[in-house]
Design a protein around this ligand. Structure first.
Ligand SMILES: Nc1ncnc2c1ncn2[C@@H]1O[C@H](COP(=O)(O)OP(=O)(O)OP(=O)(O)O)[C@@H](O)[C@H]1O
Length: 357
């Protein structure tokens, strides 16, 4: 296990700034997830930690010691990629034991440790099989077992579940989290899947355009996104965001009014409201909007409402009594977010500068 610190870490490919001077402390024994859209610099960051990509600036420290000049094999890391390469002619046990054998461990001891790692990932039944005799999910778990068999300082995982179908992905995700708890290692995983990120992370790091947008416990990011990007990227359905104006204790956009009693600022702003914080009340006639689409998902219903300023998505519990075409009053709970109307879209309401006094 190790604490991993990134200091002003940077990577440029010619004119492309893939990673733009990021700072991050990954606590010892944590499960840290780098989340962001395609091209935001997650893989480049992970590859720099691994030593597969050279940083063009900044430092990487493992337990306080600089590693950015060390080759990958000197960093004491294990990596799992999306496309896991297993040796086709070796059995599952031999595949898992391979990193130990490479380090000169005798066959018996390596086999015992490999069998233990396999057990953690529910592979005990298939130890004698060859990779082609396994399902995709089992193969992926062999790759994970091979990574945990020797206890490196840091585990680096690049989209390790993305080749699996939805059910296998869920199962493997749960097993991965359990394995991390059991093994107690420092895990850093890259994904663009926000569900996966929310469920696995102790520390969630949201990236965009080569920069860290926010880092913290997943629910903190969900409840208090630092900017519009984090608000829209974390959470499903995506957070509704409406451009408008704050004046006289309310936010308004094309006639729709959301009370903000005690708001200490006025002027252009963006209102963020999660689907579960919208309150729809069907009306006989008129209303703030009209229901366009109703998606019944069983445990909840998603309702898309057309308003004068655009569409909003609301989430209602269970099989809600609402139909397409209906007029609705659209209210909110008190749990709304206000962001700057500029390009950065930073949160207006912060701990030190509350919006409402
Ligand atoms: N070897 C390279 N040469 C030039 N540009 C590169 C290279 N590797 C990455 N990039 C660019 O750097 C940026 C970050 O890429 P990176 O692979 O880190 O993103 P990512 O967030 O992991 O994306 P994805 O989820 O698609 O893998 C992108 O704009 C990418 O095109």
């Amino acid at each position: 296990m190790a604490t991993v610190v990134l200091e002003d870490l940077r990577c440029e490919f010619g004119p492309v700034v893939a990673v733009d001077s990021i700072n991050l402390e990954v606590p010892d024994g944590s499960f840290t997830v780098l989340l962001g859209p395609s091209g935001c610099g997650k893989t480049t960051t992970l590859n720099m930690i691994a030593g597969l990509e050279e940083a063009t600036g900044g430092r990487i420290l493992f337990d306080g010691g600089q590693v950015q000049h060390l080759s990958p094999d000197k960093r004491d890391i294990a990596m799992v990629f999306q496309s896991y390469a297993l040796y086709p002619n070796r059995t599952v046990l031999e595949n898992i034991a391979f990193p130990l054998r490479m380090r000169g461990m005798d066959k018996k001891r390596a086999g015992a440790l490999a069998a233990e790692a396999a057990g953690r990932l529910q592979l005990s039944e298939v130890l004698g099989r060859k990779p082609r005799q396994l399902s995709g999910g089992q193969q992926q778990r062999v790759a994970l077992a091979r990574a945990i068999v020797r206890q490196p300082k840091v585990f680096l995982l690049d989209e390790p579940l993305s080749n699996l179908d939805a059910k296998l992905r869920n199962d493997t995700r749960v097993r991965l989290k359990q394995t991390q708890r059991d093994v107690g290692g420092t895990f850093i995983l890259v994904t663009h899947d926000q569900m996966e990120a929310m469920s696995l992370a102790d520390l969630l790091v949201v990236m965009n355009a080569g920069r860290i947008q926010q880092a913290g416990p997943p629910l903190e990011l969900y409840r208090r996104p630092a900017n519009r990007f984090v608000g829209s990227f974390v959470g499903v359905p995506s957070m509704n965001q409406v451009e408008g104006e704050i004046a006289e204790g309310a936010f308004t956009a094309s006639g729709w009014r959301v009370p903000l009693p005690g708001a200490v600022r006025t002027g252009p702003a963006v209102l963020g409201v999660r689907a579960e914080d919208l309150v729809l009340t069907p009306t006989e006639q008129g209303g703030d909007g009209r229901v366009r689409i109703v998606e019944r998902l069983g445990t909840e219903t998603h309702v898309i409402v057309a308003m004068a300023h655009g569409e909003l998505t609301a989430r209602m519990a269970g099989d809600a009594e609402i139909e397409a075409g209906q007029g609705v009053q659209v209210g909110t709970t008190t749990n709304v977010h206000i962001f700057e109307a500029d390009e950065d879209g930073s949160r207006v309401d912060t701990e030190h500068h509350p919006l409402i006094v």
